[in-house]
Write a protein that binds this ligand. Structure first.
Ligand code: FAD
Ligand code: DLZ
Ligand code: SF4
Length: 516
């Protein structure tokens, strides 16, 4: 009897623990395209194409390498529509002596897997996913008994653990973090190199047709699908990044330019999250670029921090705070998501450009997600669950374990400050400084209230005033209220009235975009 090895859509790694220890002659790999996964939220069309195409390519590679793969397509007759239903059918088909599965990335799926031992009359082995640098219990131990569980301290532990950018126990260059060098505004004419764009092959084209047919009402554009769908294409994207973009990655990490969708970012998150690239290997390559003198320390340290710091940290944070993180709403935000997040129909040029990129590419870079799309949702007091659904739907790299901490805790402060020391709230000044958006916007960042005012300006004060009780004692925010208190009563009323006018003008999203 064989061992059945189900491989989920974000487990496309040859080193996957449930696969790497197996022998080909007594293993059946099971891969399943299932309706439940494609529709628990109505994912961007490109996200579904990416996952199905990458799954199909991975299955073909395994078969070429001599593995037996039982691949269930979405439109296969009798597809049960769920992982559990398909594993049940596969147990019938193959009569395995055991099922070996690597733990799921998402809490929702892991809950279902943990029911398998009771459901199936077959031995079930659930293996920890060792494709991360920090195991879930290790993060829990680290977080326990600590007064402050900030990312920066966790990151230093990961530097020590991996030895990345370390020299005799000290950080290379003398500092742990070079973030203050990574905040340069864009230059007038930014000439970022084009990343490799992959034309859809026959496999991807077949999936595109399937997705148009089955998920035609989902958000997003398919005409511009160029994501890497194999580890080879992902490596090509990584090669181009290390060669052409890493040197400027740090400097322009927070810059935003109208119509420039990736600038000097790596565009590797979709491939890392699918399992096509190994995150530690990427960090070692970045470190080598520094040691060889091909990239400056601020770029290399910044890139490594995003991966062994933020990426690992949010995963640990997710598992530490689930399932509560889905429900948390400490700032008591209650406004529905504005419709323009789906349509892009707004005169705010920063938001409309970020939403266009999101619609066309299933991508927006970090600072767009944080300081434009996130900042607006924070200031306007959008209900966290609406914002979470939106971010989970629209990005090709979105899985709940990475999306939810970034949205609930990082941008919305809905966890009450476990992750961030203060809300990332900013007025139009910040966006004006870090982008070229404002020059041709219908609004002006220097107009603070009334006609023509950048909506971020009055909303900033409305947010602060509404949350004064919660934020006033935070030493990193407190001073803001002294500024407010020094304003004349008339000025304060202008700010609040302007903000109310913006908020009253927000049309709530129509039902059916994120969920049926
Ligand atoms: P780069 O800028 O080149 O960064 C390199 C890598 O670092 C990324 O590929 C990613 O793996 C990692 N990374 C960077 N920042 C983060 C972070 N905050 N959390 C986790 N990993 C990080 N990333 C996702 O992978 N999936 C998501 O669903 C997701 N949702 C986000 C939602 C919000 C509100 C915010 C503010 C950030 C979110 N991020 C998410 C993090 C980040 O925006 C993306 O990883 C990044 O934009 C991907 O593009 P890139 O590969 O070019 O990244
Ligand atoms: C996101 C996604 C989608 C859209 N569809 C599938 C699918 O049909 N089959 C599959 O194996 N995985 C899919 N995924 C990715 C899963 O949701 C992902 O593996 C979970 O996040 C694991 O926790
Ligand atoms: Fe965005 Fe305000 Fe600048 Fe317009 S003026 S682009 S709304 S920050």
């Amino acid at each position: 009897k064989p061992i059945l090895v189900p491989i989920l859509g974000d487990q496309l790694s040859r080193t996957l623990p449930s696969l790497s220890g197996r022998t080909k002659d007594d293993t059946v790999v099971l891969m399943m395209e299932v309706w439940d996964e494609a529709t628990y939220v109505k994912h961007h069309k490109q996200k579904i194409v990416l996952i199905f195409s990458a799954m199909r390519h991975f299955a073909a590679e395994l078969e070429d390498a001599g593995w037996t793969v039982d691949y269930v397509k979405l439109d296969a007759a009798d597809n049960a529509g769920s992982f559990t239903g398909e594993v049940a059918r596969a147990i019938e088909r193959h009569d395995p002596r055991a099922v070996h599965v690597t733990e799921a990335g998402e809490w929702r799926v892991q809950q279902a897997i943990e029911e398998w031992p009771d459901k199936f009359d077959c031995e079930i082995e659930i293996l920890p996913d060792d494709r991360y640098i920090c195991a879930i219990p290790e993060f829990r131990d680290w977080a326990e008994d600590r007064k402050t569980t900030r990312m920066e301290y966790f990151y230093r532990e990961m530097r020590k653990k991996t030895g990345l950018l370390m020299e005799n126990g000290d950080p290379m260059g003398g500092k742990w973090n070079y973030d203050h060098e990574n905040r340069e505004p864009p230059k007038n004419s930014m000439d970022a190199p084009q990343r490799p764009l992959f034309e859809p092959d026959a496999v991807t084209r077949e999936v595109i047709a399937l997705v148009e047919n089955s998920f035609g009402d989902h958000f997003g554009n398919l005409g511009s699908f160029h994501w890497p769908v194999t580890s080879e294409e992902a490596e090509e994207t990584a090669d181009a990044f290390f060669l052409e973009r890493l040197p400027s990655f740090g400097q322009y990490q927070d810059a935003m330019v109208f119509g420039e969708d990736d600038l000097f970012h790596s565009m590797l998150s979709t491939s890392i999250n699918l399992g096509l690239l190994d995150p530690l290997d990427l960090c070692r390559r970045a470190e080598k670029a520094y040691l060889d003198g091909d990239a400056p320390i601020n770029s290399v340290e910044g890139f490594i921090r995003q991966i062994i710091g933020w990426r690992e940290y949010v995963r640990g944070f997710y598992w530490l705070h689930m399932p509560g993180l889905q429900e948390t709403n400490e700032l008591d935000a209650h406004r529905p998501l504005p419709d323009f997040y789906w349509t892009g129909d707004t005169d705010m040029r920063c938001l409309s450009d970020c939403i266009r990129s999101t619609h066309d590419n299933a991508h927006a870079h970090h600072i767009q997600r944080l300081m434009v799309l996130g900042n607006f949702a924070l200031l306007a007091g959008i209900v966290p669950q609406d914002v979470e659904d939106w971010f989970l739907v629209v990005y090709a790299d979105a899985y709940e374990w990475v999306e939810l901490p970034n949205v609930a805790a990082m941008i919305l402060y809905a966890d009450g400050g476990k992750l961030a020391t203060k809300p990332y709230a900013a007025s139009g000044n910040y966006i004006n400084k870090m982008s070229d958006y404002c020059k041709e916007c219908a609004y002006s960042p220097s107009v603070k209230t009334g006609e023509g005012a950048c909506p971020f300006n009055p909303l900033y004060w409305h947010f602060m005033v509404r949350n004064r009780d919660r934020l006033e004692n935070n030493p990193r925010v407190g001073r803001v209220f002294s500024t407010w208190d020094r304003m004349s009563e008339e000025r304060r009323a202008e700010y609040l009235d302007s903000a109310e006018a913006v908020l009253d003008g927000l049309e709530p999203a129509k039902a059916g975009w994120a969920r049926d």
